[in-house]
Design a protein around this ligand. Structure first.
Ligand SMILES: O=C(O)CCC(=O)C(=O)O
Length: 284
């Protein structure tokens, strides 16, 4: 596989625990993301129609406005705020195996034997809604078996993100630990870092364009700023780990993504689907 990051970019990631990599997500990958997110929005809105919460699906509105508008019209129903199960599709599989992401993972993890970690999410972030606002956390608080295993997270927006519309903030240099106990944030219901620790964090805002990727480690503290725009802020985040140290949490819905040593280890789409049979749609 070709490398995508320069030695300086790799050195920055290892020194700071994160990297903003501009223009590494090609148009065909952005288009797959758009397909997966639009389908999820359609399904969610159709559900509100079926329940009689709305009577006009407002097909005239674009992806950034439609969910926000109809969510208000429907009386602000709760929905799965970080969908995963309901993204499972051929296109999601193609995203996870996309050569651009595997090249990034290879450069960041320092190995060509790479597995998809089974935790990935879409983030339909509503305007000014605290319950979709991700507080300071470390990803390994959600999968503690990665405390000592390098799992790299790759976060990709499909529209520009700024401090106004919920870009992410990272706390540089704290990726060497410690991994804090998970704390249930009562305001958002998200697992995160307790106030006495998070109040001392110095966040760096990472403003990005579609096509950029933000990469960070399983220990790097990060959060999303509030979405003060009137549009939904959409993103997808995926994760990779070295196959030799693949974690139980990662392997559950994950799989070998690239293996020069044993190319047959990469499963077919249908094999991946089997891993989801026990998980009902509408759940995480
Ligand atoms: O998109 C967000 O709001 C949060 C993303 C995040 O925390 C993650 O990908 O780990």
């Amino acid at each position: 596989m070709t490398t995508v990051l320069t030695p300086d970019q790799c050195a920055f990631y290892h020194a700071n625990g994160y990297l903003h990599a501009p223009s590494v997500i090609p148009p065909d990958l952005l288009s797959l993301m758009q397909t997966v997110l639009s389908r999820w929005a359609d399904d969610t809105i159709n559900n509100w129609l079926t329940q009689g919460l709305i009577d006009d699906p407002r097909l005239d509105l674009d992806l950034q406005h439609r969910l926000a508008h109809l969510w208000e019209a429907a009386g602000r129903p709760q929905y799965i705020r970080s969908p995963r199960r309901d993204l499972v599709s051929r296109e999601m599989f193609d995203i996870l195996l996309h050569p651009a992401l595997l090249a990034l993972a290879q450069d960041l993890l320092g190995t060509t034997e790479i597995s998809v970690h089974g935790i990935f999410n879409a983030r339909p972030k509503l305007p000014d809604q605290i319950w979709t606002q991700t507080p300071w956390h470390q990803d390994a608080q959600y999968y503690r078996d990665a405390e000592q295993v390098h799992v790299t997270s790759i976060w990709m927006p499909i529209q520009p993100v700024t401090e106004h519309n919920s870009c992410l903030q990272v706390a540089p240099g704290l990726h060497r630990g410690p991994l804090h106990e998970g704390w249930n944030d009562p305001e958002t219901g998200f697992l995160g870092i307790a106030p006495e620790v998070r109040d001392a964090l110095k966040g760096v805002s990472v403003e990005m364009q579609p096509g950029d990727a933000l990469c960070f480690t399983q220990i790097t503290p990060h959060r999303a700023l509030p979405n003060r725009s009137n549009q939904v802020r959409w993103s997808i985040d995926v994760r990779y780990e070295p196959t030799a140290q693949a974690t139980a949490a990662g392997q559950k819905q994950g799989f070998v993504a690239h293996s020069p040593a044993d190319p047959s280890a990469v499963p077919a789409y249908e094999q991946w689907l089997k891993k989801w049979e026990e998980i009902p749609s509408g759940s995480y």
